[in-house]
Design a binder for this molecule. Structure first.
Ligand code: GUN
Ligand code: FE
Length: 449
């Protein structure tokens, strides 16, 4: 066990820290000090009146302390629980078709291009850098069906220092783009190769995730193989569920023996406590109970849900069922690569539900802040490692300054960290995120800029 006699301190911050706990959506630590050790873990959090004692105890110089200003705070890094790195190239366009047409018209032809590693390298570099700048310290990525390009995405996340789960996409049927699918046997073999080669790299913060695209893209044989691989390796699983009504009808037709969409994944052992399923707009209470019982999580992707007219997830109902839930950008069904945007769209959707039904209990900005950080870590079963500021967890954090010259925030109606946080969540952008840390390593500003 590490302690003050054996541990070297790499960073000490002093000021205001804002984070969530399971009991409190927003907990504000005023006038505090936080130390990060040379393994990137939080060594101590204490009141700043104890700083002299702490510096002797832990052996750091008080002159090395990073002092936060009046309009600054530290918060946990944000978690994007669902993003298609490969779709970043056309984000902000192609939002005029519903899901199934959108996939065949825009998505599959673009994803087919990732056979070309130069193309992949260009886009994957951009998406990792962009999301890091936006404060996404952990991303759960879909790549494409191409194993080598998917391995490259893992390499780039490691190089730029982002924590990532990376999935080589599996799909063996119902693609109208003939060059964009695999045979079931290739899919299984390539998934095995992807997992083996990515694990062999021993990247400290990048792991493979078993990735059936969604039930309509996968044969029963493929779903069964992937369930078995996930069970043998104990790896994460990601997919899509119950996003759009036409998709629901298609799943009923393709899997007539299953009681529900959830039952399809349950049947093939794809619902585990390491599973994250995107969307879930039309899940019934009965299905949510299965999510709760299996420990599976939902990634709420509100920008995408609205942008391609899929539906509106009732997050309050999901939380009432004690189902783990994080936020996702779902680039490029969602046009924004920012979890700040996902927080705002989450509030918008919740407010739209309240307009429809005044009995609906609207989410608060504090709750949405928790979903973007601690909730995301729970959804990815990483909450023993990241998600908030607890001694022993990895230091994944953002230094936020709401008051920067020519920045997006001008006026303050009142003082105090709660107001400053609310201003940042509603009006802030990457200019306000002045430093980003993952596992104690400063990754933004980029070393080369
Ligand atoms: N369902 C299956 N594939 C996809 C995808 O790429 N994006 C979205 N939003 N839903 C999907
Ligand atoms: Fe998606």
């Amino acid at each position: 066990k590490r302690n003050e006699t054996t541990t070297r301190i790499a960073h000490v911050f002093r000021g205001t820290f804002v984070h969530s706990t399971p009991q409190t959506a927003v907990e504000i630590l005023h006038n505090s000090v936080l130390g990060v050790d040379d393994e990137g873990k939080i060594a101590f959090i204490d009141k700043d009146q104890n700083v002299t004692r702490l510096s002797k105890l832990w052996g750091f110089e008080t002159s090395d302390i990073k002092q936060l200003g009046q309009y600054e705070f530290l918060m946990p890094g944000m978690v994007d629980t669902h993003i298609h790195a490969s779709q970043y190239s056309y984000s902000g366009t192609a939002l005029d078709l519903p899901l199934l047409e959108w996939l065949n018209t825009y998505t599959f032809p673009v994803e087919a291009r990732y056979k070309d590693l130069d193309f992949a390298n260009n886009i994957y570099t951009k998406v990792v850098r962009r999301t890091l700048k936006n404060g996404t310290t952990t991303a759960c990525y879909f790549a494409t069906i191409h194993t080598d390009a998917s391995l490259l995405l893992g390499e780039l996340a490691d190089k730029f220092g982002q924590r990532a789960l990376v999935g080589k996409v599996c799909m063996d049927c119902n693609s109208e783009v003939p060059r964009y699918k695999e045979s079931s046997s290739d899919c299984k073999r390539e998934t095995d190769r992807f997992i083996k080669e990515l694990l062999k790299k021993e990247y400290p913060n990048v792991k493979p995730v078993v990735t059936p695209r969604f039930a309509p893209s996968c044969s029963a044989a493929l779903l069964s193989d992937l369930g078995e691989i996930a069970n043998n390796t104990k790896l994460h699983i990601q997919s899509h569920i119950s996003e759009n009504k036409e998709e629901l009808k298609l799943v009923k037709r393709l899997f007539p023996d299953c009681r529900s969409y959830t039952d399809v994944y349950l049947k093939y052992n794809l619902l585990t406590d390491r599973t994250v399923m995107a969307h879930g707009c039309y899940l019934t209470d009965e299905e949510l109970k299965i999510f709760h019982e299996t420990g599976s999580a939902i990634s709420h992707c509100p920008n995408s849900n609205i942008s391609i007219c899929s539906g509106m997830l009732d997050v309050r109902n999901v939380l009432n069922h004690k189902v783990k839930l994080g936020l996702g950008t779902d680039v490029a069904g969602g046009y924004s690569p920012s979890i700040l945007d996902a927080m705002r769209r989450t509030l918008d959707t919740s407010k739209a539900l309240t307009i429809q039904d005044p009995q609906h209990q609207t989410l608060t900005f504090e709750e949405v802040f928790r979903l973007a950080t601690l909730g995301g870590s729970e959804a990815l079963s990483l909450d023993d490692q990241i998600g908030n500021f607890e001694v022993g967890k990895d230091f994944d954090a953002l230094r936020v300054n709401v008051c920067i010259p020519d920045g997006p925030i001008d006026a303050f109606p009142g003082e105090g960290p709660k107001v400053i946080l609310e201003k940042f969540l509603n009006l802030g952008d990457d200019r306000n995120i002045t430093e980003v840390y993952v596992a104690g390593r400063q990754v933004v500003p980029f070393p080369d800029t």
